[in-house]
Write a protein that binds this ligand. Sequence first.
Ligand SMILES: Cc1cc2nc3c(=O)[nH]c(=O)nc-3n(C[C@H](O)[C@H](O)[C@H](O)COP(=O)(O)O)c2cc1C
Length: 192
Amino acid sequence: MRLLFFAGSAREGSFNRKLASLARHIAEANGIEAVLAELKDYPMPIYNGDLEAKEGPPERARAFKALLGEYDGVFIASPEYNSSVTPLLKNTLDWVTRVKEKGETGLEVFRSRVFAISGASPGSYGAMRSLLHLRQILELGMGATVIPQQIALPRAMDAFEADGSLKDKAQQTLCKSVVEALAVAARKFVSG
Ligand SMILES: Cc1cc2nc3c(=O)[nH]c(=O)nc-3n(C[C@H](O)[C@H](O)[C@H](O)COP(=O)(O)O)c2cc1C
């Protein structure tokens, strides 16, 4: 069983990458094969139907979809921009849904694995509103299974210790329980 972790931010000092990285470390410490991916390694133009008609989905969308397909569970750390997800995250997901072989809907990769979502922000809501939208995008838009456990981390600039763990022990425990719930759900999903 393998888990993939990534953040919806390409920013160097991203709090959400820190959260994704912490979650990955927790998984690894539990003996789970876990990889942290970077959306900035998969740059894509903003979706445009004319571009798609002319050239098809970008190679990077195919590559990112193939990456998703290698893992049984996916953890997304989502920043909050104006009460929603980042354009980077939405654009990446949108393009991935447009990669399809003959007879496919493009959603197969979302329907055949389990997702966990969490988010961090400097504000007091801790990206909670972006998580509401991301849950809708994944569940209603793409038919994905998203586990109910999530962490919305407020005041992210003060939340992390130098070693990447969370200062607030209750938040650290919550993060651990989200990763464990994802692992349990992914294992169940894989074994059918
Ligand atoms: C366009 C824009 C809109 C934002 N809107 C919100 C918001 O609605 N709620 C919030 O908590 N933070 C908001 N922020 C602040 C982000 O949460 C903050 O930049 C955060 O560090 C981004 O995540 P990252 O650290 O993973 O890059 C906004 C930032 C930008 C650039």
